[in-house]
Design a protein around this ligand. Structure first.
Ligand SMILES: [Zn+2]
Length: 351
């Protein structure tokens, strides 16, 4: 999660000259206000993060799941977290005001942060806080999370409302943090049927991931017919990722992005996980090119190649999976899709 991966993404976008298009605006983030943060997080938690801004942590930090491990306290933790959250708020406001119809905050997508504690490298939950901006205007939001991990914090925030449809596609919680994200977690009360989870087996191929997406997500978004599309584009699903086990490719990621781009809704995208820095830079450059309707060539520009040694935007060598194993990843995906059809689709009157 070191910010260098964002810098390397930004540099690749610059090398491809994707910012030079007259339709592209680069906006500086402004720090999220306490008022914004309070739309999801508790007063005590926000104040604690502010106290830890000097980098010192006490026994108290463990009350907020901070300290050694996934969620270290570091100098300027409050400033940095407010800024990355603020990026998603600026993006949401630009969309809501009609200034732009698509926006991408690569530093956002911190979907695990909980109301009272940090979780899974996430301090403040910018997807929830940005979605709250839209809800305050009475808008209806579809949130699609394609990070390898379950989007648990966002699901929790909107579990009992039909004003937000949350859909998370991820490696099964049986094998990966945070251990949740089962099809049966489908929402409560008014929100019943509006929380959708599509778990996949480790080593599921790009083909299977895209197939499962097309069997479920598109129908649900179309029926829900939101005012705004919000996507979390974590690319820790990539086969090179060191901490997860799905076998997504840059090509598979692009085909999902192209499906989002066909939808008629204003679109706010955020980054998320991704721990192979070059996979992050390549895939989020692809995302940006799709969102801004610019073509991008497979050949990485020479200045970037000279610096980082990566020569192709798309994946050339894709891992081979034993055919028996592949069959079991397929039947796992088919089962998840079937369960969604059975448990969720009737809510939307599909089929
Ligand atoms: Zn992740």
């Amino acid at each position: 999660m070191k910010p260098i991966r964002l810098k390397q993404t930004y540099e690749l976008l610059q090398s491809y000259k994707l910012f030079e298009n007259p339709n592209v605006i680069i906006s500086d983030p402004t720090p999220a206000s306490k008022e914004d943060l309070l739309t999801f997080h508790s007063h005590d938690y926000i104040n604690a993060i502010e106290v830890f801004n000097d980098g010192n942590w006490s026994q108290n930090a463990s009350n907020f799941n901070l300290g050694p491990g996934d969620n270290p306290v570091y100098k300027k933790i409050f400033d940095a977290s407010r800024l990355s959250t603020g990026g998603s708020i600026v993006a949401a406001k630009m969309i809501e005001s009609g200034k732009v119809n698509r926006a991408f905050n690569i530093s956002g997508g911190l979907h695990h942060a909980m109301p009272n504690y940090a979780y899974g490298f996430c301090v403040f939950n910018d997807p929830v806080i940005a979605i709250n901006q839209f809800l305050q205007k009475g808008l209806k939001v579809a949130y699609i999370d394609i990070d390898c991990h379950h989007g648990d914090g966002v699901q929790l925030a909107f579990y009992d409302t039909d004003a937000v449809l949350t859909i998370s596609i991820h490696e099964s919680g049986q094998y990966l943090f945070p251990g949740t994200g089962w099809v049966e977690e489908l929402g409560t009360g008014k929100g019943k049927g509006y929380s959708v989870n599509l778990p996949l087996h480790p080593y599921s191929s790009a083909e299977i991931i895209v197939w499962a997406f097309k069997q479920t997500v598109l129908q649900l978004i179309n029926k829900y017919n939101p005012d705004i599309l919000v996507t979390q584009l974590g690319i820790d699903s990539h086969f090179n990722d060191p901490i997860t086990h799905l076998n997504q490719t840059a090509q598979g990621f692009e085909s999902i992005l192209k499906e989002f781009a066909k939808l008629p809704y204003p679109w706010l995208a955020m980054g998320g996980g991704g721990y192979d820095a070059m996979a992050v830079a390549r895939c989020w450059s692809i995302a940006f090119s799709v969102m801004s309707e610019q073509t991008i060539s497979n050949k990485i520009p020479v200045d970037y190649f000279d610096k980082y040694g990566v020569d192709n935007l798309y994946d050339i060598q894709i891992p081979n999976i034993d055919s028996d194993y592949e069959a079991s990843t397929k039947s796992y995906a088919e089962n998840s899709v079937r369960e969604i059809h059975k448990l969720i689709f009737p809510t939307f009157g599909i089929r």
